[in-house]
Design a protein around this ligand. Sequence first.
Ligand SMILES: Cc1ncc(COP(=O)(O)O)c(C=O)c1O
Length: 599
Amino acid sequence: MNRYGIDIWSDNNFVIEGDKVKLNGFGKPAIVDIVKKIRDDGNRGPLLLRFPHITQKQIDKLYISFNKSIKEYSYDGNFNAVFPLKVNQLPNFVLPLVKNGEKYNYGLEAGSKAELVLAMAYNNEDSPITINGFKDKEMITLAFIAYSMGHDTTITIEGLNELETIIEVYNEINLPSPKVGLRVRLHSSGSGVWAKSGGIDSKFGLSSTEILEAFNLLKNENLLDKLTMIHFHIGSAMDSIAPLKKALKESGHIYAELKQMGAQNLENINIGGGLGVEYNQFEKKLNYSLQEFSNDVVFTMQSIAKQKNVPQPNIFTESGRYIAAPSTILIAPVLELFSSEYEEKNLKVTDDSPDIIKELYSLYRDIKKSTAIEYMHDSLEHLESVLTLFDLGYINLQDRSNAEILTHLIIKKALFLLDFKHHTELKRIDSKIQERYLLNFSLFQSLPDFWGIDQEFPVMPLTHLDKKPTRSASLWDITCDSDGEIPFDNSKPLYLHDVDLQKEEYFLGFFQVGAYQDTLGMRHNLFTHPTEVDVVFDEDGMKLENLIESQKILDILDDIDYDIDFIQQKLRSKVTDDKLWSILDSYLHDNGYLKTTKE
Ligand SMILES: Cc1ncc(COP(=O)(O)O)c(C=O)c1O
C-alpha cells in the first residue's frame, strides 16, 4: 500500500492504521473523524487543524537538544530561544505557544511594529524579546517602552542609521535604553531557497567596517554596556548544515574580537532561524539532525571562545519553521474527479456503432492483467483516431463520447490490474492518464509558498489507505486561475483513489503547513482564511477549541472596504420575492467556499 512517505516526514506525529491516518497518541483519533466532528457542526470548506501538543513537542525538543549539548561539552553559556512572530502571528497558534513556553522562558521575536505590540502584550514575564527588521524612530521608541515595561528587550540593528536613532531616542525620551544587538552581514550564505538572507550581498546586517563603527559609536555615547548580542540569520529551511558551520565561525570570531576590544556586557550569540523540517515524501532531504545542529553550535562557540580566551557566550535561536510547521494540517475536501462523467452507464454502443467503437468496447470487455498495457496503448491510439474522424465529420458526437468513456474505463481497469512500481511503461504514459481532483480550497490562500516558490508539502488522503491508489493525480483548487494547480510530477508522483463522490466523501490532508502559510496567504478570488480549530487533549479527552470560522461573504466584502449596507439594500430592492431573498440573504451570511455534492 502507498504510505505517502509518512515515515519520512511525520516524525511519528501521525500513523496509518487500517484505512485511516491517525494522530499518534491520545487514543489515536483518526484525522477524518476529527474533520467530520467539525463538519457535523455545519462548518464547510477547507479546514485548518492545529495541534498545540505538537508545537509543545517541538519546543521541548529544541530545549532538550541544546541543553544536552551544553551538558555534554560542559559549555559555560546557557540556551535561550524566541519564536519569530513572522512565522505565524495568529492567536490560535501564538497563545498556546506562549503558555506552553513559559517554563523555559521562551520569548518572542518581532520584525514589525504590529508584531512588537503583540510581543509586548503577550510575552511571558522574564522571557526575552528580540527585535529585528528595518526600524524607524517609532519602532525604536516602542522598544524603549517595552523595556520600561520590564521586558528583557534587545534591539538588533540592521544598519548604522538605526543605532543613530537609538541614541537620538535615548537622549530625548529619558528612559533607559534597551539592550542592543548587532546583526552581522555574513560572508557565508545558507543553503536552500532562502539562502539569500545571508551572504555578503544580503539585504540585512552590518559589514565588518560598520560593526567597528557601531562599536565606536556606542563607546563614544557611553552606551557600550548596552551591547549584549551578536546576531545572524543565514536563511530559512537549511537542508544542509555545512553553511551554518561557516556562519558560526564567522560570527563567533566577531563576538570574540568585540569582547577583546572591551564590550564587557556582550554575552549572547543569536544564530537566527534556519532549522529545517522535512517536507519531502520520497526521500529525506535534510542532511542533519537537531542534535547534530545543537552540537555544532555549542562545539564551535566553545572552540572559538577557548581559542580567543573569552567567556563562552549564551546561545539564542530564533527557529520558527521548525517550531510551527508540523503543528498544522490543511484539510481540503475533494469536490470532483474530472473523469467521473466517464461512467459505463453513459455508454450508448449499439450494433450500428462504427467498428472502431465496437473494437474499443471489446478491449474494455476482455482486458486482463496480461493484456492491460497493450490494450491501454490500443485504446489511446483508437481515441486519437476517433477524434481525428470527428474533426473530419465521419464520427458523430455520441460516438466521440463513447470513445472517450471507453478509453477512460480501459485505463481505469488497466491501472487497477497493474502494479505501478513494476511498469516503467505505465509511468511513461502517466501524464496522459492522470485524474484531475478538484479540491475545495485556494492554493493562493492556503499554500502560498507552493505558488510562489514551488515549496512542496506532504499530501495524502485521510482515508482509503488500505487500498491501492490507482490514479495519478493532479490537484486543482477552486480559484479561476490556472496557477491554482499542483500538477502531476513524474519525479514525485502522487497517486490517489478512484472514489465515487456521490456515495462517499474524500479528503486530502496537506501536512507541515503551520509555518508562514497563514498570513502570507492572499485573498485571490476573495477566498479567505479556512475555518480553523485547535485540537487539544486533556484528562477528559479531546477538545475542539478556539474555532474561528471562515469569513462570511459580507464580512469579506466589508474587509476590502465595500459598503455592505449599500450592497444589502441594493440587492433587497431588486429581489422583492421574500423566498428568493431569504435564499440570497443566507448565502451572504455563509462563507464563499463551495459545497460538496453531499452537502
Ligand atoms: C531574523 C530572522 N530570524 C528568524 C527567522 C526564522 O527562520 P526559520 O523559520 O527558518 O527558523 C527569520 C526568517 O526569515 C529571520 O529573518
